[in-house]
Design a protein around this ligand. Structure first.
Ligand SMILES: Cc1ncc(COP(=O)(O)O)c(C=O)c1O
Length: 448
């Protein structure tokens, strides 16, 4: 009885919505089966950093699939995974020298949480079982990731099934939870971690997890420069592992290989995904520092964990080909170079009264909508402003990423932008024009 005309038997994320069906992609554009072309200003989902249509990645995948598609991770290793781990270790800051692969970012977050826990168990501190997260942050859709994440809307219906993990307030200067302004605030949001560790009991805390720059549920929320150095110092003081989630921010998105490099801090575990294979194959990873690996080697124990597809040679072959392009073409440097043009183009959208804040770093942006710019009052959740923008964007030939919940509960709309890192100045100009047409349409709808 499937009744959605074009979806047929497919259970899409919103089974009642009639989705445009995408057929092909090239460069920074995607086409649907009706022949409509869209400028993909979100690179799929912050994923396709190297752009679409890279033949050499497809060839590498096909060659590896023909040679050897799979190996069991508890019995064998494989050459593409070993090589890719070396490439990532070379790119990652400090002594993040060992890499464990998974198929997606949520799986990688689960690995990081379990590895952090087992690290303490093997070091004789089994009472450390709490992972502190932050509100207004996202660490994946699995129950563990949702538990440490702080995406209120995405957690709500599953709350009774989640782990009861502690959270601290977000770093969110536009709506500072303490009503303070930088620098007079003294970056008290960072001190909040110490307050929470002391509240929970330092002997109970295994790790703290954070996105370096909040992406999908915050729209490019960037902490002040003192924040992560302060966080690193607090973690060290209490023997708490620092997990940095680079699933969106990694591989050039913010103009550096990894977002945390803006802060000169080395985490103990670093989660990555998306750009690592640019969507050509499902691939994500956790890089760990030498002392984390040593906890397992010294205790002569295995990591008590396995995902069937972890370390897939086909996915690793894709990752190798993708990162070869990424490094050869200097895509992080390209994003950094064009970041001012990207930022100033989007800043021009402030001329629309519905735009409250425009935040950017590298090729990552968040545009927050408000009903009243002076008071920063959001639109009522029922007006579904972010969804209106998404739909109007599609009509105007541009893909944007909608989000809500910036102002508590489900109110406070944003759209995020994560263009392919291959975006040119012409693409930036095209993006600006299409967003202008989109915002004109949405402003008329909201005003009416
Ligand atoms: C910061 C962050 N962590 C984890 C995830 C989950 O990754 P995946 O959707 O690949 O499971 C995402 C996805 O958007 C993310 O942005």
């Amino acid at each position: 009885m499937p009744d959605v005309a074009r979806g047929g038997h497919l259970f899409t994320l919103d089974p009642g919505r009639d989705y445009p069906v995408l057929e092909r992609a090239d460069g920074v554009h995607v086409w649907d089966t009706a022949g409509n072309r869209y400028l993909d200003a979100v690179a799929g989902l912050g994923v396709v950093n190297i752009g679409y249509g890279r033949r050499e990645v497809a060839d590498a995948i096909a060659a590896q699939a023909a040679k050897m598609p799979f190996n069991a991770g508890n019995i064998f290793s494989n050459e593409p995974a070993i090589e890719l781990a070396a490439v990532i270790a070379d790119m990652a800051p400090g002594d993040l020298n060992s890499v464990h692969f998974t198929s997606g970012g949520s799986e990688a977050v689960e690995v990081a949480l379990k590895m952090a826990r087992q690290y303490h168990v093997e070091r004789g501190q089994p009472e450390r079982d709490q992972v502190i997260g932050r509100w207004t942050s996202y660490h994946g859709a699995t129950l563990g990731g949702l538990s440490v994440g702080g995406a209120v809307g995405r957690r709500a219906k599953y709350l009774p099934m989640l782990l009861d993990m502690p959270h601290i307030p977000p770093v969110y200067c536009y709506r500072c939870p303490w009503g303070l302004t930088y620098p007079a605030c003294g970056v008290t949001c960072g001190d909040e971690l110490e307050r929470e560790i002391l509240r929970v009991g330092p002997e109970r805390v295994a790790a703290f997890i954070a996105e370096p720059i909040v992406a999908s549920v915050g729209g490019a929320i960037r902490p002040q420069p003192e924040y992560f150095p302060k966080i690193r110092e607090i973690c060290d003081r209490y023997g708490v592992l620092l997990i940095i989630d680079e699933v969106i921010t990694g591989f050039g998105r913010t103009g550096t290989d990894f977002g945390i490099q803006h802060y000169g801090v080395v985490p103990d575990l670093m989660v990555m995904g998306k750009g690592i294979s640019s969507g050509y194959a499902p691939l994500a990873a956790v890089a760990v520092r030498d002392h984390v690996r040593s906890a397992f080697v010294d205790a002569k124990v295995a990591f008590e964990h396995i995902f069937t597809y972890g370390g897939s040679p086909v996915a690793a072959a894709a990752g190798l080909a993708v990162l070869d392009i990424y490094r050869r073409e200097g895509l992080a440097e390209h994003a950094a170079e064009l970041a001012p043009a990207f930022a100033s183009n989007l800043a021009g959208l402030r001329e629309f009264p519905i735009v409250g804040d425009v935040r950017t770093i590298g090729f990552m942006a968040g545009i927050e909508f408000v009903a009243d710019r002076a008071t920063r009052e959001p639109y009522a959740a029922g007006r579904k402003v972010a969804a209106l923008v998404r739909e109007a964007g599609l009509r105007n030939g541009i893909v944007t990423y909608p989000g809500t919940g910036m102002a508590g509960g489900s109110a406070g709309d944003i759209i995020s932008l994560y263009p392919p890192l291959t975006f040119t100045l012409d693409d930036i100009a095209d993006m600006g024009e299409r967003l202008r047409a989109t915002f004109t349409e949405v402003s008329a709808t909201l005003g009416g």
